[in-house]
Ligand binder design. Sequence first.
Ligand code: PLP
Length: 354
Amino acid sequence: MKKHNFSAGPCILPDEVMQQAAQAVQELDGSGLSLIEISHRSAAFIEIMDKACALALELLGLTDKGYKALFLQGGASTQFLATAYNLLENKGAYLNTGTWSTKAIKEAKLLGEVVEVASSADANFNYIPKEYAVPADADYLHITTNNTIFGTQIKALPETDTVLVSDSSSDIFSRQLDFSKFGILYAGAQKNMGPAGTTLVVVKEEVLGKVTHKIPSMLDYAVHGAKDSMFNTPPVFAVYTSMLTLDWLQKLGGIKAIEAKNNAKAELMYGEIDRNPLFKGFAALEDRSTMNATFTLEKAELKERFDSMCADALISGINGHRSVGGYRASMYNALPLASVQTLVDVMKELERTA
Ligand SMILES: *Cc1c(COP(=O)(O)O)cnc(C)c1O
């Protein structure tokens, strides 16, 4: 029996994607070979890579707008350093909204001057700072659109004249934004797109080539771009599976269609957190993430009971991150509304029987 998978990442993927991916490991499209035993230089794989890149740009509304989509390795964590390498000349400006932003700042500091324009560390990152100034000589402003651990999400993109860079690992393809505002947008695949192993980097080509220092090849977006993400052997399985998910999303009606579903799931989830006196939301109301709902149980003595009721209902992956405690229900694109309903029903049942 398949469980209700609320895992924060790696996480749930659409059933049909899982089936197609499993099939391709056995045999890719009747080729007599497995996806993972063919050359990445084969026509079959080049077609897969091209399709993945084209779908990514299409879904974001960035086709023919001077952007390049790359599928790289090393996770979003490598992009913390790579973004700085590709852009940091004077200084990098960072909005610190949680663990991942903090890590991005740490990496950029290896390379040059970093300015933290604002931080919500004072309240354990339960909100998004909104009033801040970006130094005029900053090369870029780095934000994290969704804070996976704390359950906050930037609702309105900052207005800035400098290059806007975002780590959107946990809410890419989940909601409509004006993606043309980004100079660089990156996301580890394992939250809304595919298995771990590849990271999507969408780069506006005009932002590159402005730094005077040398960039190691594996961190250089221009190098990867010139080779269409095949500078070295790409993670073929992760790219293929990501392509399947993007194709699934496009057939569903794209970001607009999934956003409506995601909003419905979030409303149901937060509605119960706010209504049920046994639970309390962690994130500031106006900054609540539609992807990761963080909440605590008001009475510690009910924890064991609630956990076992969740297990009985086949609910998996709702334990909170250690830096927040409590619970975290991750509701990524592939999670059905019915799974959220199951969790909400258990919360109601706990209240009824407490
Ligand atoms: C998961 C996550 C990361 C880390 O991604 P890796 O691919 O493991 O390096 C970075 N940023 C955010 C926002 C995340 O949710």
